[in-house]
Design a protein around this ligand. Structure first.
Ligand SMILES: Cc1cc2nc3c(=O)[nH]c(=O)nc-3n(C[C@H](O)[C@H](O)[C@H](O)COP(=O)(O)OP(=O)(O)OC[C@H]3O[C@@H](n4cnc5c(N)ncnc54)[C@H](O)[C@@H]3O)c2cc1C
Length: 392
């Protein structure tokens, strides 16, 4: 029997953050992970450079059935606290889009900081560890593994969500929560590319690799960012963002000309009668996209003076509600996050302790808290990991 004060299951972003902070408080800490490497998602995130925070992070950038839950932790451990930590370690980073911070060289540099912190705090990390069973006690638990039985006062579940099973994602956290009667809110792959109906996929697949600035709109929420055509469907920031708000079967609007009004488009006829609409569209859309539109609007290369208002109106509606014929998403295989999870109504927003089982804690993505694209999800891992680390 191996006795520790704090046993953390999951050596990802939240688990490592919690390990270091609990260790610095003098608690004996062990982190278990079934993977052969800690922080695999950190390494693959942000195209290998990890968008590790967003200085704009505030509760409105997070989705949860209980939107107040994240407020306290985000206040107690802010993006600036995390920036201060990485500055102390001399991490080289860059701000890409406003507020989004990435490692300048490699996500490995960030993972090394977390591993160094855990090491300095005396936390032990055991990889390749299969968890076979949890026996909850009055306070804490006995955890049966292929590396022996662990007896802990505090058990922290930091096993993340279901996205990218090949990177070690499992539903373990949900099962561990259910075992003591926790409610699990329905889960769904999110921040994920959208797939298209076969015929449309074949047509738009010809544009694979092309990106254009669009507005994606669903359920009253709009993101104006780039969309990328791929050979499987559509991706890019605007599409990933909208999947936090859109589900297959619901209405999704793709506006290819988000900065143009119908009046502006009609005015071209009066202001520049010799100009063709092809050149107007070419100023805001990639050439190959304009060519595709031209297959349907063969008059695009004619002088605008020859075009009627009704024709311009039809073109405007076609572009501002461009039919991509979505039929689903790529699912957990490529999703960045999982929506839903452990119901936060039954977890303390101060300590992250379960209200069902003394000494049991949930942090990070396993909880029903999901951020937008742009560094928010890691910030949630740091904030929840840090805060739980003060109490476990
Ligand atoms: C491709 C990709 C890119 C991303 N890019 C970004 C980004 O740039 N910025 C951002 O903010 N977010 C990004 N995210 C989201 C971010 O990675 C997650 O939100 C974050 O890692 C969640 O942290 P976590 O500690 O809760 O879970 P994880 O980091 O997923 O860690 C969970 C750990 O638990 C372990 N585990 C799971 N099941 C078991 C089990 N049964 N037994 C033992 N161990 C187990 C796993 O092996 C893993 O190490 C990205 C995600 C993906 C998939």
């Amino acid at each position: 029997m191996i006795k520790v004060d704090v046993l953390i299951i999951g050596a990802g972003a939240a688990g490592l953050m919690c390990a270091a902070n609990a260790g610095y408080r003098g608690r004996s800490v062990c982190v278990l992970d079934h993977a052969n490497k800690a922080g695999k998602k950190i390494l693959m995130s942000g195209g290998g450079r990890c968008n590790f925070t967003n200085t704009d992070a505030s509760p409105q950038h997070f989705l949860s059935a209980n939107p107040h839950f994240c407020i306290s932790a985000l206040k107690r451990y802010t993006p600036y606290h995390f920036m201060e930590l990485v500055d102390r370690h001399g991490l080289a980073y860059v701000e890409k889009t406003s507020g989004q911070f990435f490692c300048q060289h490699s996500a490995k540099d960030l993972l090394n900081i977390l591993l160094t912190e855990a090491d300095w705090a005396g936390a032990e990390i055991k990889l390749n560890t299969q968890i076979n069973k949890i026996d909850y006690q009055d306070q804490g638990a006995l955890v049966m593994t292929n590396q022996g039985v662990f007896d802990c006062e505090s058990l922290v579940i930091a096993t993340g969500g279901l996205s990218i099973p090949t990177m070690g994602a499992t539903g373990f956290g949900y099962e561990a929560a259910k075992q003591v009667g926790h409610n699990i809110l329905p889960t769904r792959a999110s921040l994920v590319p959208i797939t298209l109906q076969p015929e449309r996929k074949a047509q738009l697949g010809l544009l694979s690799g092309i990106s254009c600035d669009i507005a994606a709109i669903a359920n009253g929420v709009s993101f104006q960012e780039p969309m990328l055509f791929t050979h499987r469907g559509v991706s890019g920031p605007a599409i990933l963002q909208i999947t936090n708000f859109w589900q297959p079967g619901e209405e999704l609007t793709i506006n290819l000309i988000p900065d143009m009004t119908l009046d502006e488009l009609i005015k071209v006829r009066q202001d520049s009668p010799k100009k063709g609409y092809e050149s107007v569209l070419s100023a805001v859309l990639p050439k190959r996209v304009v060519e595709l539109i031209k297959q349907q609007f063969i008059w695009l290369d004619q002088r605008s003076a020859q075009i009627s208002n009704a024709q311009v109106e039809t073109l405007f509606h076609f572009l501002s509600n461009f039919d991509i014929a979505p039929n689903g998403t790529e699912g957990y295989r490529t999703a960045e996050v999982t929506l839903g999870g452990v119901d936060t109504q039954e977890v303390s927003s101060k300590t992250f302790e379960s209200q069902k089982q003394k000494g049991l804690y949930f942090i990070g993505e396993v909880l029903d808290v999901t951020g937008w694209l742009g560094g928010y999800n890691f910030q949630w891992a740091w904030s929840s990991g840090y805060c739980a680390g003060q109490y476990v």
